[in-house]
Design a protein around this ligand. Sequence first.
Ligand code: HEM
Length: 459
Amino acid sequence: MSYFLLLVLGLSVIFIFNLFKRKNPKKTAPLPPGPKGLPFIGILHEFDAAHPHVYLRELAKGYGPLMSIKLGSRPAVVISSARVAKIALKNNDVVFSGRPPLVALRKYSYDGNDIAFSDYDQSWREMRKLSVIHLFSAKQVSSFLPIRREEVSRMIKGIMNKSESSEVINLSQAAFFLSNRIICRAGFGKELDEAGKRKFDEVFKETQVISVAFFFRDFFPSLSWIDNLTGTSSRLEKNLRDLDDFFQELIDDHLDPNRPESMRGDILDLLIKLKHEQAAAVPIEWENIKGILMNVFIAGTDTSAALIVWAMTALIKKPEVLKKAQEEVRNVVGSKGTVDEDDIQNLPYLKAIIKEALRLFPPAPLSLPRETIEKCTIDGTIDYKGHDFGFIPFGSGRRGCPGTNFGVATVELGLANLLYSFEWGLPHGMKEEDVDMEAAAGLASHRKNDLFLVAKSYI
Ligand code: HEM
């Protein structure tokens, strides 16, 4: 039998299956305490899909750090202490390295051929190894510095133009475009034209909706026909076709020997090169390449943008902290006019703000679902001193986020320049307490409402 496991740490939640290894295989380990729920549906009737991490944290307060629940036909377990998290994600790293084959995520992974949603198998090991060495290494991330620099400067100029004509700034949009342009240029070396951008936005927005949509097949396999009836399955298929067309076009562009210089050395170019060189112990198929591109878009764009916006939200509500952060960056950068990546190491207060934003508003509060690959008993006797598993915004262990450096580089440079370049305020008539903190449902936790601010140029 497989178990969902949900890990609630502060506000972080991770799904895992098959938690318990039995010391005596003949004896079944008892499930941890938890709400009984209703027959057949378990706790699905009261599950808060919009704020699952908040809902589970509240529930766990009553049942303790190891709690079992039922989501339809899926038994699940919730962990809500750093100690147990460490036992699961560090001491039993391999056991917890699977991902559950949830319908939408499995489809978006090109049937498990990507890195993020594939099973823990030989193909995953090879794709992960390639990506860590060639795509997301510190060297590769720093090779994208010119792209980050140009895109940050483009964002600052855009805000400057608007601020000169006293326009209110939609910071959510500015952060999304920044992160999206960096990902597009680093990913496939190409800027989309207006029509391409509109089409991409439309398709990508649908991906965000469908990737967290409720599929009966996940929780009630015998009722999977309802997904066809409600049209959820066909929406998923249509979105996949659109994405596949997009990726195929990019691949065709990159296979052209006369492709522009900007398409040389980007992530897709590297992947094609690795495929031709057969650089892995398993053949690299086009499905692997498309699956990895999908990961880069889904995992890379939203998370960094969300973090910038949450950090600015928190700062605008605390003007004294905002002021201190601006003083720091302006003292270090002086009259240079722009913050460079080299300056970031001299900005400990900025780094502390980003860390605090990650703690309070983790862009992936549900992390990515985990599945155990063999049974495992958590007995609570393992020493946990010296490690802080209460703070894992990028996950942990062998399935932890390989794009951490990439994401953090975007956030640091983007946020530092926003703080350096402008005095920030709220639109006329708004007070700090009017800024809402509501999050929208999704794989990445965004503000529900866009953040609008007023900017006055400092430089
Ligand atoms: C602020 C930015 C980001 C945050 C907070 C974040 C967070 C996460 C989290 C929580 C996980 C799940 C880890 C686990 O299961 O233990 C994850 C996995 C992953 N992330 Fe990120 N991420 C960010 C940026 C990025 C970027 C920029 C990329 C790629 C360009 C990326 C690529 C991935 C991939 C491929 C995985 C799956 C790893 C695997 O299953 O082996 N992430 N990320």
